[in-house]
Design a protein around this ligand. Structure first.
Ligand code: ACO
Length: 390
């Protein structure tokens, strides 16, 4: 089963914080920040804004572009490391969007790689489990975990949300070779595609386009996806060893306060826990990104069977303009084919790729049929790439 990106949207907080504003908080300057990072402004949550309100606005915009009703969404994937609720925000977003069929909704935590992982997960749910309309949202508010006295990190981050609607490719359903299904009892309301073993023991797929039920031989389905498929190559990695260079761990001293010398619980209820501010070894993160990302994109391209020259756009997680430039140079992608909006928003973690994509689509730079090499990288450490067709 093929899948396609059919809508995108984004949302940013109203409060704009410039480099000059930060120079009033810490010993820095607009020149130092813009030369070292490319960042000039960032947006920061204020008032009643939250990660959830931004995510809902971005998702609504994506649904509107796709002209898909919230009731037709059957999966919401919320990619965030800073949810408003420790247990995740996806079901709250599902509720706020008014998805009446109560679609499955859950969170994915993978820092700045979250959105790429969400896209691959969406495609897997569509290809393997019969989902039709999957909302992938990347939303983060790292401003909540920044030490605003640490000039090495507070200059980098901003808050935002972006979303993409990934849809199953209806046009990939073949008309020849399908046979009407006999097991009509297998039809489930709202589920249009299911996989089953064939009655003759062979592997077949059952599809229900427009309410009609068919068995489709797998050999036919794999032949009809490639032309319009919107996600056709990916590469994902993680390495826990890199966590020491970028993290925001739970505060150990607060946990320890609840334990006696022999390890027993002294007080009940135990102290509340909270997370440390972001700690980062910038140079190591820089090296990791410049080393890993080009390899990952090359690997995703190889899996897609495409040469590097076929990329219309390079769209990296927006962390630092020097990282973006170094990766583009390594891949021989000229600057005019590199998407960057880092100057306006800083590093918005899982939101950065869909936010930049949304701006590029709405401004007309990214057009239908364009091929995009997208790559995320960040804490964990995790990194990965996806070759997309808009
Ligand atoms: N303003 C002025 N001076 C500063 C500032 C600042 N904001 N920050 C650091 N400095 C100083 C340092 O104190 C140091 O001074 P010293 O030489 O007197 O000791 C000097 O500048 C050099 O500091 P470095 O940390 O070595 O600066 P570097 O050139 O490495 O740049 C930066 C720092 C911009 C953070 C860079 O390492 C970087 O961008 N790394 C990648 C970070 C990143 O992308 N993180 C996020 C990715 S993952 C994710 O998205 C969660």
């Amino acid at each position: 089963q093929g899948c396609k990106l059919v809508g995108c949207g984004s949302a940013v907080p109203t409060l704009k914080v410039s480099n000059d504003d930060l120079a009033k908080l810490v010993d820095t300057s607009d020149e130092w920040i813009s030369v070292r990072t490319g960042i000039r402004n960032r947006r920061v949550l204020s008032g009643k804004e939250s990660v959830t309100t931004l995510a809902v606005e971005a998702a609504r915009n994506a649904l509107q572009m796709a002209q898909v009703d919230p009731d037709d969404v059957d999966l919401v994937l919320m990619c965030s490391s800073t949810p408003d609720d420790l247990f995740g925000s996806a079901p709250q977003i599902q509720k706020a969007l008014g998805c009446k069929r109560n679609p499955l909704a859950y969170d994915i935590t993978a820092a700045c790689s979250g959105f790429v992982l969400g896209l691959i997960s969406a495609a897997s749910h569509i290809r393997g489990a019969g989902f039709q309309n999957v909302l992938v949202i990347g939303a983060d508010a790292l401003s909540r975990y920044v030490d605003w006295t640490d000039r090495g990190t507070c200059i980098l981050f901003g808050d935002a949300a972006g979303a993409v609607l990934v849809q199953y490719l209806l046009s990939s359903v073949p008309t020849e070779g399908c046979v009407p299904a006999r097991e009509t009892s297998m039809i489930k309301p709202g589920l249009h595609i299911q996989e089953f073993g064939g009655s003759d023991g062979s592997n077949t797929q059952m599809r229900i386009p427009n309410g009609h039920l068919y068995f489709v031989p797998i050999s036919l389905t794999s032949a009809c996806d490639s032309e319009e498929d919107g996600l056709f190559g990916f590469d994902l990695h993680s390495d826990g060893d890199g966590q020491r260079h970028l993290n925001a761990p739970i505060k150990e001293n607060e946990m320890d306060n609840t334990l006696g010398s022999n390890g027993s619980v002294l007080d009940f209820p135990p102290n509340r826990s909270s997370y440390s501010c972001i700690q980062m070894n910038g140079k190591e993160v820089f090296r990791f990104a410049v080393r890993s990302v080009p390899q990952s994109i090359e690997s995703a391209l190889a899996k897609a069977g495409l040469p590097g020259s076929s990329i219309d756009w390079l769209l990296l997680h927006q962390a630092n303009q020097r990282i973006i430039d170094a990766v583009a140079t390594r891949l021989e992608v000229p600057p005019e084919r590199v998407i960057s909006n880092l100057a306006n928003y800083g590093n918005t973690s899982a939101a950065s790729i869909p936010l930049a994509l949304d701006e590029a689509v709405r401004s007309g730079r990214v057009k239908v049929g364009h091929t995009i090499a997208a790559a995320g990288f960040g804490a964990g450490v995790t990194w990965g790439s996806a070759i997309l067709r808009w």
